[in-house]
Design a protein around this ligand. Structure first.
Ligand code: FES
Length: 162
């Protein structure tokens, strides 16, 4: 950092935030996973720029860190949209129309699961059980759970600003 002595780093640079999260969780069992969850909670995604920092802090290879991030679908590498819509794809919801909801959402948004619309408005995700099996199909919008969701209701949920 000596070479940058004329300009000081902002106090909350990505590197500072990641190193501070690592410091909080370094002693957790299997530290990488809790750290990645904490990074997701703090930043909404795991920025690829965090990978070398995590590797350095945890004495892992970048490939190790990258492998874990890509293995677990919970970890996204791009910022989420302004709204996150998660459709349950587990068995009970599949039996009552989740597949149609999923197809409708993909077609309407023009994105697949794990993707965000180009305007950054909506991120579409699939989940496997939201604990609401008796009243499926279940959809979660920005953390709020909805049951017995009809295609028309889902259309409303996909509206920006709705
Ligand atoms: S199967 Fe969809 S909420 Fe459990």
């Amino acid at each position: 950092m000596e070479g940058l002595s004329m300009t000081s780093s902002p106090p909350q640079s990505l590197e500072d935030r990641v190193r501070s999260i690592v410091a909080e969780h370094r002693d957790d069992r299997g530290a990488l996973l809790p750290i990645l969850h904490a990074v997701m909670e703090d930043m909404g995604h795991v920025d690829p720029a965090a990978i070398p920092i995590l590797a350095d802090e945890l004495n892992l290879s970048r490939a190790d860190v990258y492998g874990v991030i890509t293995f677990y679908h919970d970890f996204r590498q791009t910022p989420p949209g302004r709204k996150t819509v998660r459709i349950c794809r587990a068995e009970a919801c599949q039996a009552v129309g989740a597949a149609q909801l999923a197809d409708n959402a993909k077609e309407r948004l023009g994105v697949g699961f794990g993707e965000t619309t180009p305007d950054g408005s909506v991120t579409l995700e699939q989940v496997f059980c939201l604990g609401n099996c008796a009243t499926g199909p279940s959809v979660q919008v920005d953390g709020r759970l909805y049951g017995r969701v009809s295609p028309a209701q889902l259309d409303g949920m996909l509206e920006v600003g709705a």
